[in-house]
Design a protein around this ligand. Structure first.
Ligand code: FES
Length: 157
């Protein structure tokens, strides 16, 4: 009987914090950033829909992966605000977010695979730099660690 009552009444910030592992201060911060939209009871108490657990879990993981709050908000803004998102809602935003995730995975894979070699940053500090980036010629493609940014090695002219 208890679970059914909570479901209808909504969840308190304490219950959400316990289930998500987020601090209440973090949940209030996400609310102030427009990432979650609690409602107020007649008594003025802030309460959350059960579906907000998924929303906040998404925020927590996406932030852990280094996504900026504004980018996470852009994704979540596509979910309905005043009802629990359906699987179709989540599938829709998941399709779009997948491209961003795959780009991030490519970056991380490049970092993992290239970190012990020349990353084309211009330091010329590794033996492999002489081979892969003689005289820092990759710099003609622009600033930054070019090989971690997806640039190909410039062949001998
Ligand atoms: S690692 Fe910096 S230029 Fe090669």
């Amino acid at each position: 009987m208890q679970n059914k009552a909570i479901h209808h009444r909504g969840l308190t910030i304490g219950q959400i914090a316990t289930r998500t592992g987020l601090a209440p201060s973090a949940i209030r911060f996400y609310e102030s950033e427009g990432l979650v939209h609690p409602f107020r009871t007649d008594g003025g108490q802030r309460q959350y829909q059960r579906g907000d657990i998924r929303r906040l879990s998404f925020v927590m993981i996406a932030q852990g992966l280094g996504f900026a709050i504004k980018d996470i908000k852009a994704v979540l803004d596509r979910l309905p605000e005043n009802r629990t998102p359906t699987p179709a809602d989540w599938a829709r935003i998941s399709r779009d977010f997948r491209k961003t995730l795959e780009a991030r995975i490519d970056q991380m894979t490049a970092l993992r695979d290239r970190l012990d070699g020349c990353i084309g940053c211009g330091c010329l500090s590794l033996k492999t730099c002489k081979l892969y980036n003689p005289a820092d010629r990759i710099n003609r493609n622009g600033a930054g660690p070019r090989y971690l940014m997806g640039d190909r090695i410039i062949e001998d002219e």
